[in-house]
Ligand binder design. Structure first.
Ligand code: NI
Length: 185
């Protein structure tokens, strides 16, 4: 099932999401819906709050980026993840977000992370990721912490974007996917 994507301004994007208790939901079915919704919107990552569910769950799929061969197997599900450590130099990259359409800005993040999470079979993993893989995970992890990439911008940049963000909250934005805008009249 393809869900509409929640737009900037919805309080669910600002909540710290809750851990999932094993058995309380069908995580495999939910992962399928998440992958389907992400693919329909041509995203490379999607966190549960972006479809209105405040739970610690996100999916990533970098396999669609042909220009990034290092991501060719990078299709994963992260349940109840905890970033244990972030290391390395900060580097900048232009990020976007399905909940903030048509805005892209440079964000600085550290290059390497160590993360503990469960997969869809409730097997626990502890792994390291770097470069683009780390960045995609960091961006999605922020979502379940109630954080957005625009939070990293300078006050001036935020001021410049204010009007566009207000339009997004009203649903006054062009997307090729279905959206749910909190202030749509
Ligand atoms: Ni995002």
């Amino acid at each position: 099932m393809v869900y509409p994507i929640v737009m900037y301004g919805d309080p669910v994007l600002r909540k710290k999401a809750k851990d999932i208790v094993k058995g309380e939901m069908d995580v495999k079915a939910f992962a399928e819906d998440m992958f389907e919704t992400m693919a329909a919107a041509h995203g490379i990552g999607l966190a549960a709050p972006q479809i209105g569910k405040s739970i610690r769950f996100f999916v990533v799929d970098g396999t669609v980026l042909e220009e990034k061969p290092e991501l060719k197997d990078f299709r994963k599900i992260f349940i109840n993840p905890i970033i244990l450590e972030e290391t390395g130099e900060e580097w900048d990259f232009e990020e976007g977000c399905l909940s903030i359409p048509n805005i892209r800005e440079d964000v600085w993040r550290q290059e390497r992370i160590r993360i503990r999470y469960f997969d869809e079979n409730w097997v626990q993993h502890e792994e390291e990721f770097d470069d683009m893989k780390a960045r995609i995970i960091q961006h999605e992890y922020d979502h379940i912490e109630g954080k957005l990439f625009i939070d990293y911008l300078t006050p001036l940049k935020k001021k410049i974007l204010k009007g566009k963000l207000a339009d997004i909250s009203k649903g006054d934005v062009d997307t090729e996917y279905r959206i749910l805008a909190p202030l749509r009249k």
